[in-house]
Ligand binder design. Structure first.
Ligand code: IPM
Ligand code: MN
Length: 353
């Protein structure tokens, strides 16, 4: 297969983890005889500094023309601490999502048995937890009408029926590949937008009688996720709730550096870690490249290249089992490995496989 990949490394640890993601992508492509070409493009703080726009037109074109986008992370503390900044790196990410029509963000929360002890939750609660959050990504407060005045400000949590319907269908399709259980997370006891979600879900669920549907308020879901994470199979929710719940989900696994995601919709799909740009870790060769590498696995799987995805997952599990791990998940007394060493180990594993 021929694959054109747009590479958006972004800020902070982005370029370091991206280097490993691309190395793994190339190693797998070589092994399976795929022809991959890459086009790097600017985004985030980096792009603001160079061209004054966090998602320049040229980057949009590179994404449009590609078969897939591999994205790392954006963000920079100089913007975080300046609420008056006119343009922010995160706007680049949001512009990319909107302009590429990426309405469905798929965030799997899977645990690795050998890392269970790293979870802040009790082993017996976490072992075997395996669910995905389907986060609506182009609507809600992120994109609704806003006002930012000196003394008042608001964000509108707007959703239309078609927006809700299409994301629910994505959730049901995933559920059919899994344990056939969808949990619709909302705040229908308070929010009008959530009541629309619930109404639409109560209709759509009738088309999927083979899938069990339940409804949960977001506050309750936040609690249930740490009390009984194995309850969930496919969780579907609006943009803001999904943002918050997936950070919570990442804790279950023991490190944010482990979770990949895919964003799909009407144009080129994007594959990216769920973590941010971790500026404190920049340039230190300590960032975990596994979320980026697992995002590459999701990329192959999107194109139905299951063996390719499986090999990456196998290599990642093998690296963890061999204690080839970045510092935040390393066992005491084991040798130290950095971003590059972990990536290289996985590339070697793939080549030898
Ligand atoms: C995420 C991030 C983004 C979001 C930020 C960087 C805009 O937190 O992908 O979860 O809020 O969606
Ligand atoms: Mn987030």
């Amino acid at each position: 297969m021929k694959l054109k990949i747009a590479v958006l490394a972004g800020d902070g640890i982005g370029p370091e983890i991206m280097e490993q993601g691309v190395a793994v992508l190339s190693a797998v492509a070589e092994k399976f005889g795929h022809e991959v070409s890459y086009k790097e493009a600017l985004c985030g703080a980096h792009a603001i500094d160079e061209v004054g726009d966090p998602f320049p037109e040229e980057t949009y074109q590179a994404c449009k023309e590609a078969d897939a986008v591999l994205f790392a992370s954006v963000g920079d503390p100089k913007f975080d601490n300046d609420p008056t900044a006119k343009v922010r790196p995160e706007q680049g990410l949001l512009a990319m999502r909107k302009r590429l029509g990426l309405y469905a963000n798929i965030r799997p929360v899977e645990t690795f048995d050998c890392l269970i002890h790293k979870s802040p939750l009790k082993d017996e609660l976490v072992r075997g937890a395996d669910f995905i959050c389907i986060r609506e990504l182009t609507g809600g407060m992120y994109f609704g009408e806003k006002k930012e005045g000196t003394d008042e400000a608001w964000d509108t949590n707007y959703y239309s029926r078609p927006e809700v319907e299409r994301i629910l269908r994505v959730a049901y399709q995933y559920a059919r590949q899994r344990r056939r259980h969808v949990t619709v997370v909302d705040k229908a006891n308070v929010l009008a937008s959530s009541r629309l979600w619930r109404k639409v879900a109560q209709e759509v669920m009738l088309e999927y009688p083979d899938v069990e549907t339940d409804f949960m308020y977001v506050d309750n879901a936040a609690m249930r996720m740490i009390q009984d994470p194995r309850f969930f199979d496919v969780m579907v929710t609006e943009n803001t709730f999904g943002d918050i719940l997936t950070d919570e989900g990442s804790c279950i696994t023991g490190s944010m550096g482990l979770l990949p995601s895919a964003s799909t919709g009407s144009s080129t799909p994007v594959f990216e870690p769920i973590h941010g740009s971790w500026p404190q870790g920049k340039g230190l060769n300590i960032a975990n490249p596994l979320a980026q590498i697992l995002s590459v696995a999701m990329l192959f799987e999107y194109f139905n290249l299951q063996d390719e995805g499986r090999l990456i997952r196998e290599a990642v599990s093998a690296s963890l089992a061999a204690n080839v791990r970045t510092p935040e998940i390393q066992v005491e007394g084991a040798p130290r490995y950095g971003t590059r060493e972990v990536g290289q180990w996985i590339v070697d594993y793939i080549r030898k496989a």
